[in-house]
Design a binder for this molecule. Structure first.
Ligand code: SF4
Length: 717
């Protein structure tokens, strides 16, 4: 590689699900600069504050300081973890896993992976767990992020397929943003929305959120709903649409089932009742329903505010009900558009990289689907028993049912709810394997085995963004130290484990990502996400493409369901009866404040990458708990004073700040801060020491958006 002549390499931003195209300039040793790819349809040359600082997070100095570069191994609990060769490390892991399977069965092993992985990484991990080890205990941090959206789409539209494209933002007459601070979490999409407003002053933006976020401040109509009341809001809007004749009778009759049962339910969601439940003005509710129902094209953008809830699936389904009933789907500028949080949550969903899914949107519970996948993978069978989802997985680790956990590219010792239990589970595990690019995460100290992995700028493969668009990533830099790609680590391990289990290693032997992707492509043949017309060559020559892209297609499909045919057994979408239910942990006299969590503008997840970028702290330099001024005054608190924030699960000390975005009775803590930033204050582990592990019965997604807390002034020594 020439180290002196700078060259440009096309890749993508590794932060959020917008999936912006990036051109990285490199001299072969470092990334000299990044700029937005003007040809990428996700961003047309733009980058946000996170994306435009990507090169600094990959500086040679940081690659030395914060990267895991050599395998490390602790052969016995209590002993030190020491550097080891890849051969020794993978042999050790293979022997321990084979012995544990022999003694306790395949379900004693679990994999907890990540929406940060590339599609090819995801594919081989899923195949390794389900096809070689014989356990469905493979779940992902996308469970904390998108699983309610998956369940919501499947229950109503028949498949986990976001029907929209980013162009719909340009075409909409009304944009309904709910449970999403798009301005912070999906900044480049928000820029697109701002442009659309400039072009079309008649475009109306309605935002429903418990906090008056930056997104809410810009709205034409802001509905400051009480936490967890989204289903009541959507049912109330549907009630009004029925009352005012704004439903689309022809669409309902021609393309859907189950409307009469839903009508019976929403009859009770009168404007007065809904306004009271949601804590909003009745007139605002009426206005939102009219705007949504009367417009030629209403587009909903939504994210974790709906998903991270014990009723996350119902929230998603209730919103989709509203779209179906008003015919706001399958046409330009209309539809329920779930925004993905992580850069490749979509790719993980496509390959079925979760405990209840199989490749190409197949279902684990379907015997025919299991047989199809086993045949595609070249393995004997895929087990029928459902695997443990994220919260269940760590519960099973804590109880001793799971003995070994392999964690790849994610940081459960910060991101999972109820940290006390998670950390106890990691301590109790017989073997913790952590496959990571960074040594700084809160999970790494629990690792008995540390497998150093490549990360942004080093990897090669594909990702899929929120609008179903697949982009090729090309390596910008060589692998540092002894790091290996995530898919390589998984397949190198499989080659060692297979003979110990008496199984062939051949199905896990790949020459590279293209071969893995081609196998994934074949699994999609005839499915709703069919990509058999695509290839790495086409992606390189013609740029990123949306799925489906079946054989013979010239382009991918921009928008789904324009023909009114849905991927259900009879081709009709299904209304779901969605009664409103309150949050799992209501506030009371002991814990009187609603705590919610969310993102800061310039940080990402647990800060393993963004925490190395100095300018990312210009927006928020320190962690804090934000409250309404009235709640600060009631506690005689000044800005910056330290408080104990306590839930039924734990406590932490933080600086209190008054925020004009907060309603009385609510508190907000950003999700990013972990132990490094809280140490020295008698607190640790970040906000998830407070959050609760209760989860949605369908999606198994935990309620990270709400916990009941009390806040008391900290006594200074
Ligand atoms: Fe990266 Fe998302 Fe910002 Fe685009 S919007 S540059 S994908 S963080």
């Amino acid at each position: 590689m020439n180290l002196t002549v700078p060259r440009d390499v096309k890749t993508t931003c590794c932060y959020c699900g917008v999936g912006c195209g990036v051109i990285a300039t490199t001299d072969g040793a470092q990334v000299l600069a990044v700029r937005g790819d003007p040809d990428h349809p996700a961003n047309f040359g733009r980058l946000c504050s996170k994306g435009s600082a990507l090169h600094t997070s990959a500086s040679p100095l940081l690659r030395q300081q914060v990267r895991a570069l050599v395998p490390e191994l602790r052969r016995a609990r209590g002993g030190p973890r020491a550097e080891a060769s890849w051969d020794d490390t993978l042999d050790f892991v293979a022997q321990r896993i084979a012995a544990t399977i022999a003694e306790h069965g395949p379900d004693s092993v679990a994999f907890y992976i990540s929406g940060q992985l590339l599609t090819e990484d995801y594919y081989v991990f899923n195949k390794l767990a389900k096809g070689l080890i014989g356990t469905n205990n493979v779940d992902t941090n996308s469970r904390l992020c998108m699983s309610s959206a998956v369940a919501g789409y499947k229950q109503t539209l028949g498949a986990d397929a976001p029907p929209n494209c980013y162009e719909d933002i340009d075409e909409a007459e009304v944009i309904f943003i709910v449970g999403s601070n798009t301005a912070f979490a999906h900044p480049i999409l928000y820029r697109r929305l701002e442009d659309a407003r400039k072009r079309n002053p008649a475009l109306k933006v309605v935002v429903a959120d418990p906090r008056r976020t930056d997104t809410a401040r810009d709205a034409d109509l802001f509905l400051p709903i009480l936490p967890g009341t989204d289903v009541a809001l959507f049912n109330g809007m549907l009630h009004l649409a029925l009352w005012e004749g704004l439903t689309d009778g022809a669409f309902i009759a021609g393309h859907t089932d189950g409307f009469n049962e839903l009508k019976d339910l929403v009859r009770d969601y009168t404007p007065r009742f809904v306004a009271e439940v949601c804590g909003i003005a009745e007139a605002d509710l009426v206005m939102a329903a009219r705007w949504f129902g009367q417009s030629k094209a209403s587009l909903s953008l939504y994210c974790q505010g709906l998903n991270q809830s014990t009723h996350g699936t119902a929230k998603n389904a209730a919103l989709i009900n509203l779209h179906l009933a008003t015919g706001q789907i399958g046409k330009p500028g209309a539809g329920p558009f779930s925004l993905t949080g992580q850069p490749n949550a979509m790719g993980g969903r496509e390959v079925g990289g979760m405990a209840n899914l199989l490749s190409a949107h197949r279902d684990l519970a379907n015997p025919a689907h299991r047989a199809e996948v086993a045949a595609l993978w070249g393995v004997e069978s895929v087990p029928a028993k459902p695997g443990k989802t994220a919260v269940e997985m760590f519960d099973a680790l804590a109880s001793g049912e799971i003995k070994i956990i392999w964690i790849a590219c994610t940081n459960p010792a910060q991101s999972m709810p109820d940290q006390k239990l998670i950390r106890m589970a990691l301590e109790k595990a017989e073997l913790v394997i952590v496959q990571e690019a960074y040594t700084s995460t809160a999970t790494v100290p629990y690792a008995d085995v540390l497998l150093p992995a490549t990360t942004w700028a080093e990897k090669e493969g594909t990702v899929t963004n929120s609008e179903r668009r697949i982009t090729r990533l090309h390596p910008v830099l060589p692998k540092p130290g002894l790091t290996r790609h995530d898919w390589e680590i998984a397949t190198n391990f499989a080659a060692r484990l297979a003979p110990l289990l008496g199984k062939p290693a051949a199905p896990f032997t790949y020459a590279g990502t293209e071969q893995i992707w081609n196998e994934h492509r074949e699994s999609t043949r005839g499915r709703d996400l069919d990509i058999t017309g695509l290839s790495f060559k086409i992606l390189d020559e013609r740029g990123p493409q949306q799925w489906p892209f079946p054989e013979g297609a010239a382009v991918g499909r921009k928008r789904l369901y324009e023909d009114g045919v849905f991927p259900t057994a009879n081709g009709r979408a299904r209304f779901v009866v969605t009664p409103y239910l309150p949050v799992a942990e209501p506030v009371d006299a002991r814990f009187p404040l609603h705590l919610t969590t969310g993102r800061l503008r310039d940080q990402w997840h647990g800060m393993s990458r963004s925490g190395t970028v100095a300018q990312a702290f210009a927006h928020a330099a320190e962690p804090s708990v934000v409250m309404a001024r009235a709640d600060m005054d009631r506690r005689m608190l000044r800005d910056g004073e330290l408080v104990h924030v306590t839930s039924r699960r734990g406590s932490q000390i933080l600086a209190a700040q008054a925020g004009e975005d907060m309603r009385a009775g609510q508190a907000f803590i950003a999700m990013h801060w972990g132990q490094e930033y809280l140490s020295g204050r008698g607190a640790s582990h970040g906000v998830n020491v407070l959050t609760m592990p209760a989860f949605d019965p369908s999606s198994k997604q935990p309620e990270l958006k709400h916990a009941a807390v009390k806040i008391l002034k900290a006594e200074l020594p």
